[in-house]
Design a protein around this ligand. Structure first.
Ligand SMILES: Cc1cc2nc3c(=O)[nH]c(=O)nc-3n(C[C@H](O)[C@H](O)[C@H](O)COP(=O)(O)OP(=O)(O)OC[C@H]3O[C@@H](n4cnc5c(N)ncnc54)[C@H](O)[C@@H]3O)c2cc1C
Length: 393
């Protein structure tokens, strides 16, 4: 892109911030405007379902990796954009023209259309969400968590530590099994159960019951689950409504090429949870990746692309990686364990510290570990070696 004067970054969180820093680090001297829906400046989201829920105040600051000079418009969502006219509309009636646009609007939590009272129902995506729920997690409170994802299990873990009586309700057979596999999922369920979390799996909530205040959640199998607090942790949908009517593929986030360029638009890039792009380290299928480190990696690549720098011939090949803290354990993973068709315990055992190699069609595609750091590092190295463009397999 030539003679860029003003870059507008929509979404003032991890990806938006890191993109701004990368633009400055690469010498962009024009105007950068960051537009954010939340009234808070950028903060770290992982502690929301962990330390913040447990009442801690720290851990939210995103360390500075470089120059952040930008005009900040916080508390003002973008409502629509014309990519043809390069103009962005804001909810306060303002309008912004741009030469380059960064889409970094992340996700919104999915809400279930359950009939019944709304009071007592929570989600955890923003700092305000987490603080609201933290204030309600009192000893003895009966908490029902809908969903058996990583975030659901983290929330259940903090709630049980706070003295709540906690039940997880989900349609899956085992928690987190889509990513970790059924065996490790079952082992983690047992660890949560040993700490007092109850599981109702293979079932879903069909309604909330009570007057103005929540009394119970009624499950599809007819169970009446007395509940003071209901937490919906049932996944998210990309925040792309403001991009509609521009002919983009918004079927799951915003479709980009490998350089994070929004397809068909030289002057628009996307980064973070909202970006769907192919990663040749894995395969050629465009996917969204909801990991903290991926928001950082894609933000930098998006900035480079906007400034006209192309990656080398091997393309942009970031290694996905994430962690999750729950039940007193740290789970760590690299690659794409969710795509595995076979899993092999390479060290330890499922009920203790463990390292697992995840394969797809006979090739290493991911690694998962609890403890076993050295084994995990070894698997990570193998993953990068075997998936290098020079590897012959
Ligand atoms: C509770 C929780 C726990 C997590 N724990 C982990 C973990 O342990 N490990 C891990 O690897 N990852 C974890 N993640 C994921 C990680 O935090 C995300 O991958 C990361 O925050 C993505 O950053 P982002 O900037 O792409 O999106 P977000 O952080 O979602 O930021 C998007 C921003 O855009 C704003 N926005 C949306 N629409 C508009 C609009 N129209 N106009 C202006 N602004 C808008 C939003 O308000 C938001 O501030 C967790 C996420 C959550 C929610």
């Amino acid at each position: 892109m030539k003679s860029v004067q003003r870059i507008v970054v929509v979404g003032a969180s991890l990806a938006g911030l890191r993109c701004t820093e990368a633009l400055r680090a690469e010498g962009f001297g024009g105007e950068v405007v960051l537009v954010g829906e939340e009234r808070h400046g950028p903060y770290n989201r992982p502690p929301l379902s962990k330390a913040v829920l447990a009442g801690a105040a720290g851990g939210l600051e995103l360390e500075t990796t470089g120059e952040r000079a930008a005009e900040w418009r916080l508390g003002v969502p973008a409502t629509e954009v014309s990519l043809a006219a390069r103009r962005l509309q804001l909810a306060d009636g303002g309008e912004l023209g741009y030469d380059g646009l960064v889409v970094a609007t992340g996700l919104r939590p999915r809400r279930l259309p359950l009939p019944g009272p709304r009071r007592g129902r929570h989600v955890v995506r923003t700092l305000d969400d987490a603080r609201n729920l933290a204030a309600a997690l009192r000893p003895g409170a009966r908490v029902t968590v809908l969903g058996a994802s990583f975030i659901a299990c983290e929330i259940a873990s903090v709630a049980v530590d706070a003295g709540c009586s906690v039940t997880i309700v989900a349609p899956e057979a085992e928690p987190m099994a889509a990513v970790l596999g059924a065996e490790l999922g079952a082992a983690l369920r047992r660890r949560h159960e040993a700490r007092g979390v109850e599981f109702r799996l293979g079932t879903v909530a069909s309604k909330c019951d009570g007057g103005e205040t929540l009394r119970a959640v009624v499950l599809s199998d007819g169970t009446d689950l007395p509940t003071d607090l209901l937490v919906e942790a049932v996944g998210c949908t990309p925040a792309v409504d403001w991009l509609e009517d521009n002919g983009l593929d918004l079927s799951d986030g915003v479709l980009c090429d490998n350089r994070l360029r929004v397809q068909g638009h030289e002057d628009v890039v996307a980064a973070g949870d909202v970006a769907r792009f192919p990663n040749p380290l894995i395969d050629d299928v465009p996917r969204r990746v909801e990991h903290w480190t991926m928001a950082v990696d894609t933000a930098r690549q998006a900035a480079l692309t906007l400034l006209g720098r192309t990656p080398g011939p091997a393309g942009f090949r970031p290694l996905p990686g994430f962690w999750s803290d729950q039940a007193g354990l740290r789970i760590q993973a690299f690659g794409s364990p969710a795509l595995a068709d076979a899993r092999e315990v390479v060290a330890g055992d499922l009920d203790g510290d463990v390292a697992i190699a995840c394969h797809r069609t006979g090739r290493l595609i991911g690694a998962v570990a609890i403890g076993r750091r050295r084994d995990l590092i070894g698997l990570r190295k193998r993953l990068l070696d075997e998936r290098s463009p020079l590897a012959t397999t």
